[in-house]
Write a protein that binds this ligand. Structure first.
Ligand code: NAD
Length: 979
């Protein structure tokens, strides 16, 4: 492409001029207080201190006493920090200095925050907006706040936005800059976030999100029309982008608003799809027939986007190098200017080059574009801003308003930018980062880890949702099919069958499943014994190849498999998809483990002898599985056995046999011989038991309730005539898991973590949270937020992508759970119960098995609610005086499966790490959703015996170790290399 040299020269000229103005002021124009400058200087130069400072600033507003502030100062800044802070941390140790220290620290951080936040309330912010207007600069006001976790909080946000519009409208004249370029522009301009107005921002359900959010947007838009104000829709994380686009398009397309021009939306240039987004918006504006504005920005969630992508094994949606983002900004500038007058351009950047090229290009289009605007953040880049305004351009500042506590996330982001060695004012760096760069190999290629988790389906992509919907339709068409037993090479269908009904539509029979009898058990065990010898002798890499092939098949069938679970087990979309991913992970991870363990390992270095140890299969494994992870767990147990050279007989739970049938089909299609993997559904008490007691069974892999598990351990201890091996039992059992919320916890994070852990899949997870312990001063606020959030949970059928809480697995389960709730009402206090009355308008026998999510407080420590595994959406909350007491309550259980702590107190985190003994302990995150290879899973105490699923010891427990030693000496001579 021929570069227009004169255009480039003009851009350079402007860039230099703007850069000179930007640099005429210090890049950090923070308050003059010397120590603030010092702090930021240290933070810029010392990455470790920078992280401490950011974390401290983040936690500070939630510290409710001088003692607590002092304690945190001590813990965060005791070691390896600048001298003055070490001194402060020394003072913090002495009670007499604490109040003064606490006041000083608070004042310092809050005044730092006020550099970037114009005021706590709209009224308080007006003077700052007036000052801007006097300088010829307009504003767009953003409300800071907590994350919206409930409808009540979304309504409160709507109230605050309304108040904001009202307040600003009464000051419209004062906050509007003078000059003809402002004549046609609303003086009042606010920026809103979809996440503030919707409690259930479900990326898989744009229709639902748009519908619920538009109810709150309409009154705002009406008010804006009445007052002649402007509303801009901000963009947030990538996974919510389509939700914003969809809602924006639908609401501005409604007849009432379809000619209202004073609306706008953001395009984030750091996104790889940025240009595509711009084209889409231009088309939207053309179709609508009325223009709207687009604010082109680089994007503010760069670190988070990279973290989320890495954790989900998704492609990174943002450009990873600053130059790429800059180039994208320039491409988008062209497209945005091209789309005028349908799109009205606003450029949000602090980069002199980006601003210069937009200025020059806007003039170069050959058209008079009257409404080019430049936007910058409040408290930053003031030199640049003044230079742009002085050049006669419309200049607007993005002004956050709100309390400092919920505004901390915003402050931390600004501090990140201001203390990054690579921030915008340092030429050539990346936007910002505290995350280390991904590992790279010599040749510039990224180092690939040996095992990679299967990425969850990105349901925020429309074509992925379409594939899932198509699979659901296909699964429905297959309702009522028959499923035979699979014994050796035979498909046995002439047995009485069991109807599997859909928990959300009990009138619908998902399938008819043949039920095995004791003779079938004998036949299957005999075939498995015979197949064992051949399967064990197969080289481990060949077994691994077969299992990896099965993983590929599963990957290809992922949506069909997920759809089966949606109907058979009432798993909502994400849960069903997660189940498939975990199953794929087990196949790949255990395949590699089987190979590793089969490899002989030489032992010792003594001359004249050769020793080696290796592992091989033990024999026939009975796999007795639960229904709640209907594919993942049965796959894990079967494949753990198969990878180690054993054969497997699968006895699925009565509630979920169909998905297990699909698994056996996949394993056989991939090459596992028919005798090595067999399918034997039937009643647990009869078929499960017969397998456990059978002399031909060598290993038992069980996951299920503690009652059944303990019975199996007992039964397996009895030897029967003809038995070859002492039976080895791996039993993963129940839980009664607790989460502690410390008094300095981030409540946005804690409440949403508790919600997901306690009510995801209606609480039917062994890892689910059923006890919540809140420490001291956090109690009231945490409880209030939890109460509102539980009242807003979306309860519905699992095939609806908006559903968060589906029906429970069966009518029996529903009755049992409701029994706990009813008796709980007699001895505990009901905090909240989600209203599910709209779900119960069915005929009795057709009624889905809904159970209302329920939370109790004042639960006696020895009551069934506090002690027993309920396996449903029921949560008991207790209050602890301090963190130590919280730990005591948490540990008061015979189970020890999972546990969680939300805290920002390093000492408490250390203490919990040492004494909160559960199989899996999680800090500052949900306690469900363990990932293979990263969080190997399994319990202690009465929660299980056996090595952790998805960890390096799992396959070994199905294998026997052998050691072979050879004397390599012949007549006093031994080869040197024989050791
Ligand atoms: P369950 O104990 O009722 O049934 C599990 C399996 O055992 C089923 O296949 C069942 O048919 C079979 N069974 C029942 N009685 C038997 C007997 N006498 N002999 C042999 N087999 C018998 O459990 P469930 O309701 O399917 O699953 C829920 C339970 O599983 C919960 O307690 C949950 O905590 C636990 N669970 C634990 C983990 C874990 O990893 N620790 C994971 C998932 C589920």
């Amino acid at each position: 492409m021929a570069v227009d040299a004169s255009l480039d020269a003009r851009i350079r000229e402007w860039e230099e001029r703007l850069a000179a103005s930007a640099n005429s002021q210090p890049p950090l124009t923070l308050t003059p207080a010397w120590w603030q400058e010092r702090l930021l200087h240290w933070a810029t130069n010392d990455p470790e201190f920078r992280i401490k400072l950011l974390r401290f600033v983040d936690v500070l507003p939630t510290l409710r006493s001088a003692r607590s502030v002092a304690d945190h100062v001590r813990q965060y800044f005791r070691d390896s920090s600048p001298g003055i802070l070490q001194t402060a941390s020394g003072l913090a140790a002495q009670a007499v200095f604490r109040p003064v220290l606490s006041r000083a620290v608070r004042r310092g951080v809050f005044s730092m925050a006020h550099r970037f936040i114009a005021g706590e309330t709209p009224e308080a912010a007006v003077p700052a907006l007036r000052d801007l207007a006097r300088d010829g600069v307009a504003s767009t006001v953003d409300l800071l706040g907590e994350e919206t976790l409930s409808d009540a909080e979304a309504d409160a946000y709507l109230g605050r936005y309304t108040e904001l519009l009202d307040t600003l409208s009464t000051s419209a004249a004062a906050i509007s800059p003078r000059g003809e370029q402002w004549a046609s522009v609303p003086a009042v301009n606010i920026s809103i976030k979809l996440s503030a107005l919707c409690a259930h921002l479900e990326p898989a359900a744009p229709e639902f999100v748009s519908k619920t959010t538009r109810k709150r947007l309409r009154p705002l838009l009406r008010l804006a029309m009445r007052e002649g104000a402007f509303i801009n829709f901000d963009l947030e994380q990538y996974r919510y982008k389509e939700l914003v686009h969809r809602t924006f398009a639908e609401v501005i397309g409604e007849a009432e608003f379809d000619d209202f021009p004073h609306v706008g939306i953001v395009v984030q240039a750091y996104l790889r799809d940025a240009l595509q987004d711009l084209h889409w918006l231009a088309d939207l504006a053309k179709r609508r027939g009325a223009p709207f504005s687009v604010r082109l920005v680089k994007g503010a969630y760069w670190d988070e986007e990279r973290i989320v992508a890495a954790q989900n094994s998704w492609p990174v949606p943002v450009f990873e190098r600053k130059e790429e983002t800059d180039a994208s900004f320039e491409r988008c500038t062209d497209a945005l200017l091209d789309a005028w007058p349908h799109l009205r351009p606003a450029f949000g950047s602090h980069n002199p080059r980006s601003v210069a090229q937009a200025m020059v290009k806007a003039r170069n289009t050959g058209r008079q574009i009257p409404d080019v605007e430049f936007q910058m953040l409040y408290g930053m880049a003031e030199g640049l801003r003044n230079a742009v305004a002085a050049a006669g351009y419309r200049t607007r500042v993005y002004v956050p308003v709100g309390r400092v506590i919920p505004g901390m996330a915003y402050l931390v982001r600004r501090l990140l930018e201001n203390t990054s060695n690579q921030a915008w004012f340092n030429v050539g760096g990346t936007v910002s980062s505290i995350a280390p760069a991904p590992p790279r190999e010599e040749g510039g290629r990224r180092a690939e880890p040996a095992f990679r988790n299967a990425p969850p389906a990105p349901f925020f992509e429309p074509d992925i949702r379409e594939r899932m919907s198509a699979s659901l339709a296909r699964a429905r068409r297959g309702f009522g099919a028959g499923y035979p037993l699979l014994i050796d090479g035979r498909r046995v269908s002439d047995r009485p069958s069991n109807e599997v009904r859909c928990p959300a539509e009990p009138g619908a029979v998902v399938g008819q499943v043949a039920q095995a009898n004791p003779q079938d058990v004998d036949a299957a065990v005999a075939a498995a014994g015979e197949a064992f010898l051949e399967w064990r002798e197969l080289p481990a890499y060949e077994r691994a190849e077969i299992l990896n092939r099965a993983a590929d098949f599963m990957q290809r069938a992922r949506f069909d498999l997920a759809a089966t679970m949606v109907f058979e087990s009432a798993k909502p979309w994400h849960e069903a998809d997660g189940d498939v991913c975990e199953a794929i992970d087990y196949l790949r991870y255990y395949a590699a483990e089987g190979e590793r363990l089969s490899e002989p390992v030489p032992l010792g270095t003594v001359l004249g002898e050769h020793n080696e140890s290796f592992h091989e299969g033990r024999g026939v494994t009975a796999v007795i599985a639960p229904w709640n992870f209907p594919l993942a767990i049965i796959t894990g147990m079967s494949v753990g056995a198969l990878a180690g050279g054993n054969t497997a007989i699968l006895k699925p739970a009565a509630q979920s046999p169909i998905i297990a049938y699909r698994l056996v089909e996949i394993l056989r299609d991939a090459g596992v011989p028919s005798g090595a993997v067999q399918y034997l559904p039937g009643p647990g008490g009869e078929i499960g038991r017969a397998l456990v007691e059978h002399p031909g069974v060598d290993n038992i892999a069980f996951t299920g309730s503690s009652a059944v598990g303990l019975g199996i351990i007992q039964a397996a201890a009895i030897t029967h005539p003809g038995q070859r091996n002492v039976k080895r039992v791996v039993a993963e059992m129940g839980g009664k898991n607790a989460i502690i919320v410390d008094d300095d916890a981030d409540l946005d994070q804690a409440v949403s973590g508790v919600l997901v852990s306690a009510f995801g899949y209606a609480g039917q997870k062994c890892s689910a949270c059923s006890r919540l312990i809140i420490v001291g001063s956090a109690y009231e606020e945490a409880l209030e937020r939890l109460k509102n959030a539980v009242a807003s949970l979306v309860v519905g059928p699992p095939d609806d992508p908006a559903t968060f809480v589906p029906p429970v697995i069966s009518d029996d389960a529903r009755k049992k759970i409701n029994g706990y709730v009813e008796s709980g009402l007699t001895y505990a206090t009901l905090l909240v119960q989600t209203d599910i009355s709209h779900q119960n308008s069915y005929e009795v026998e057709e009624a889905p098995h809904y159970v209302a999510p329920t939370v109790f407080t004042e639960v006696p420590a020895d009551s069934p609610l506090a002690k027993e595994e309920i396996f449903g959406p029921v949560l008991s909350v207790s209050r602890a005086g301090d963190f130590e007491e919280a730990l005591e309550i948490a540990l008061n259980s015979t189970f020890a499966l999972t546990g969680g702590v939300f805290s920002r107190n390093p000492r408490h985190i250390e203490l919990a790490r040492a004494v909160f003994r559960t199989g899996n302990l999680y800090f500052n995150r949900k306690i469900t959703g363990a990932v293979v290879g990263r969080q190997p899973f399994g319990g202690l105490a009465m929660s299980g015996v056996g090595a952790k699923a998805g960890g390096p010891d799992y396959v070994r427990q199905f294998m026997q170790p052998r050691v072979v030693s050879e004397n390599t000496t012949r007549r006093g001579f031994a080869p040197e290399d024989s050791v």
